[in-house]
Unconditional design. Structure first.
Lengths: 112, 115
């Protein structure tokens, strides 16, 4: 079945460092891909998404490109801030589009 | 526009009891999905409702059930609670019509502790 694999955390970075969180997927067909972020004590917020191959999603300085050839959707940010500390989830939609299959999540801590 | 709301936010139950959680979607959204989040299993899809009909279901035992009302509000019920049901239960809503790529909007969750 469909699955998402993302790098294990926690990831600790200094402020202004470059961030990469790897995400690869296995799926039949052509799923949509998402990155969600969860701040402590809160629900999930959509960070960005891509619905077809070679699409680049971007938001708040974060970017990810849907790479069908490598089945990847890596999250990147050029300069992280302390406020980016959160748990990041990579996800894909199933064939119906209404069920999300999530990775295990990657905890990010950014220190001043 | 108000976001997805879930009640209650916190709940403590004992084994064998049943529990009902409630979710109010964003106004105009007709699809409501439920997810279970645990440290061990991560985020897992429970089921999705659209126009009062279950349209999609994850791999959970029959103790987990749900329903949706004509105003799109949804409830999920867990009967005969087990310790392993302790989790954060998240509800998400979307328009329900566009299919692939449609954004799911999540509520803050209900944290259930089973003793």
């Amino acid at each position: 079945g469909d699955s998402v694999t993302q790098m294990e955390g926690p990831v600790t970075l200094s402020e202004e460092a470059f961030l990469t969180i790897n995400c690869t997927y296995t799926a039949t067909g052509y799923p949509s891909l998402f990155w969600y972020v969860q701040y402590p004590g809160e629900g999930l917020q959509l960070l960005l998404k891509a619905t077809k191959a070679d699409d680049k999603g971007s938001n708040k300085g974060f970017e990810a490109t849907y790479r069908k050839e490598t089945t990847s959707f890596h999250l990147e940010k050029g300069s992280v801030q302390v406020s980016d500390s959160a748990v990041y989830f990579c996800a894909l939609s199933d064939m119906t589009g209404y069920a999300l299959n999530f990775g295990k999540g990657t905890s990010l801590l950014v220190t001043p | 526009k108000a976001g997805v709301t879930q009640t209650p936010r916190y709940l403590i139950k004992t084994r064998g009891q049943q529990v009902t959680l409630s979710c109010s979607p964003i106004s105009g959204h007709r699809s409501v999905s439920w997810y279970q989040q645990t440290p061990g299993q991560g985020l897992q899809f429970l089921f999705e409702y659209f126009s009062e009909t279950q349209r999609n279901k994850g791999n959970f035992p029959g103790r987990f059930s749900g329903r949706q009302f004509s105003n799109s509000r949804s409830e999920m019920n867990v009967s005969t609670l087990e310790l392993g049901d302790s989790a954060l239960y998240l509800c998400a809503s979307n328009g329900g019509m566009s299919g692939l790529g449609e954004t799911q909007y999540f509520g803050p969750g209900t944290r259930l502790l089973v003793l």
